[in-house]
Design a protein around this ligand. Structure first.
Ligand code: PEP
Length: 257
């Protein structure tokens, strides 16, 4: 059977400027090395604001820190008259490995549609960035359509332009659980993650479905991470608020200990 390396990803959102980012990443690397964290066993990635990426890249490469990093969004376009946008080419040049796409805050605050999310996923893959495709239902969706319908539809939409067996990550983030302190139960996360893996099997084939990591996100903290990680279809977490607290985030990374 394929073993999927768990991924713990910290979405900083619009927090920590480039100086704070350097201090935070240094301390995080120290904290994890003190604890003899096995980075091969659990991958750790941080997602700072765009303006921090150059600083984080410099630090990670100079000190050979075993941390991955990426951006919180990407343009669907390569270059041109798109004021305020950031191209996947630019992110790849800064050695980003990943990019978060379709976060619920982008969908609700910036009106991103499944179609736009799909175009961004294609742009990321074109530049060899691994997209972390975020899907998740609101409380109203949950009441109206049940647990899996909306995330499944969002994932199908995001994969429309994706033809090949590409390296992707999916993050199931129920909107009602994000920043609310009200995490889903491990069973709820597993149910939707299994449905999402079914979509991957249908659209990209069994092999891709078996190797793709599906993360849970929404009020993950040190106290609840282990429960999610015990579920067979949950391969890690996308962490918002708790990723800004060094000790808390380091404890989440060390969920096995
Ligand atoms: C997120 O925004 O991706 C998230 C999971 O936030 P939080 O952990 O704060 O709920």
């Amino acid at each position: 059977a394929i073993t999927r390396t768990p991924l713990i990803a910290g979405n900083w959102k619009m927090n920590l400027d480039h100086l704070q980012a350097i201090a935070f990443v240094q301390k995080l690397a120290w904290s994890l090395s003190d604890a003899k964290h096995d980075f091969g066993a659990v991958e750790v990635a941080v997602f700072p604001p765009f303006t921090d990426l150059r600083s984080v890249q410099t630090l990670v490469s100079a000190d050979k820190l075993p941390l991955a990093f990426g951006a919180q969004d990407v343009s669907a376009h390569d270059s041109g008259a798109y004021t305020g946008e950031i191209s996947g080419a630019f992110l790849a040049q800064l050695e980003c490995s990943y990019v978060v796409i379709g976060h619920s805050e982008r969908r609700t605050l910036h009106g991103e549609t499944d179609e736009q999310v799909g175009a961004k996923v294609s742009a990321a893959l074109k530049h060899n960035l691994v997209p972390i495709i975020c899907v998740g239902e609101t409380a109203e969706d949950l009441e109206e359509h049940g647990p899996s319908a909306v995330p499944v539809a969002q994932l199908r939409g995001a994969l429309i332009g994706v033809a090949s067996a590409a390296d992707i990550v999916v993050a199931y983030e129920p909107v009602w659980a994000i920043g609310s302190g009200q995490a889903a139960t491990p069973e709820q996360a597993e149910q939707v993650a299994a449905a999402l893996r079914g979509v991957l099997a249908e659209t990209l084939g069994e092999d891709v479905a078996a190797k793709t990591r599906i993360l849970y996100g929404g009020s993950v903290k040190a106290a609840n991470i282990a429960g999610f990680m015990r579920e067979p279809n949950v391969d890690g977490a996308l962490v918002g608020g708790a990723s800004l607290d060094l000790d808390e985030f380091a404890s989440i990374v060390r969920y096995q200990k």
